[in-house]
Design a protein around this ligand. Structure first.
Ligand code: E4P
Length: 223
């Protein structure tokens, strides 16, 4: 499974890439505007912390076909490899997904609210499909829709990877990992919620205290 970070914060990308196995980073226009930086600064910051093999996903902003295609070409020119354009699955966006794939661009279909939208984007050749799990919960069963989508893709032999997005808690991620999802994009605070079980810190504190009391030092290795 691919663990992707949903953030414009390069410092957190560096920190979490050192600690965990991180496939790449997704951003969207809201994440970029909230960073207080220009899109160019965010792209530069990300490229300075990502390895050549870590993927970067940036989203088109234009809403008409020609504008989406211009944004897509610009985004995919930011680096020679490991670059993907995110295109929302509007009518114009679905058309652009087909055209972008015909040009050989890496494409993630985004702003997906149903298994059917995602499936149709996969038929257009999208490499990744990003259902917005938490937002989908406002309309029904987000996790269930994504589980349906996994079955629909498998039943039809479509190779698109599902990268579940819009997570608000670790439990949503857990359920989809258990269901065999190919990828998740998760905000750093939710990743930390997955990592930081209080019991682990308590256990390590007990080990350290016992060792110090018995041997008067804090390491296994003696000086
Ligand atoms: C990622 O690709 C999506 O843009 C993102 O997860 C959406 O998350 P939100 O629902 O928190 O805006």
């Amino acid at each position: 499974m691919e663990l992707i970070l949903d953030t414009a914060d390069a410092g957190q990308v560096r920190e979490l890439s050192d600690m965990l196995t991180i496939t790449g980073v997704t951003t969207n226009p809201t994440i970029i505007t909230r960073s207080g930086k220009t899109p160019e600064q965010v792209a530069d910051d990300m490229l300075s912390v990502l390895s050549d093999d870590q993927l970067l996903f940036m989203q088109t902003v234009a809403t008409d076909f020609d504008g989406i295609m211009a944004d897509a070409r610009r985004i995919c020119s930011l680096r020679p490899k490991s670059m993907y354009v995110k295109i929302p699955v509007t009518h114009e966006g679905l058309r652009a997904i087909k055209a972008a794939k015909a040009e050989g661009l890496g494409v993630l279909a985004t702003a997906i609210y149903s298994a059917d939208e995602a499936f149709l984007a996969a038929m257009n050749g999208a490499d990744y499909l990003a259902p917005y799990v938490n937002r989908m919960e406002n309309y029904g069963d987000g996790v269930g829709q994504v589980e349906d989508l996994l079955e629909m893709l498998a039943a039809n032999g479509l190779p698109a990877k599902v990268v579940a997005a819009s997570f608000k808690n670790a439990g949503q991620v857990h359920e989809l990992v258990r269901a065999g999802i190919q990828a998740v994009t998760v905000p750093p605070e939710v990743v930390y919620a997955m990592v930081d079980h209080p019991g682990t810190g308590i256990a390590v504190g007990e080990f350290s205290a016992a060792w110090r009391a018995a041997y008067g030092r804090d390491t296994f290795a003696a000086e």
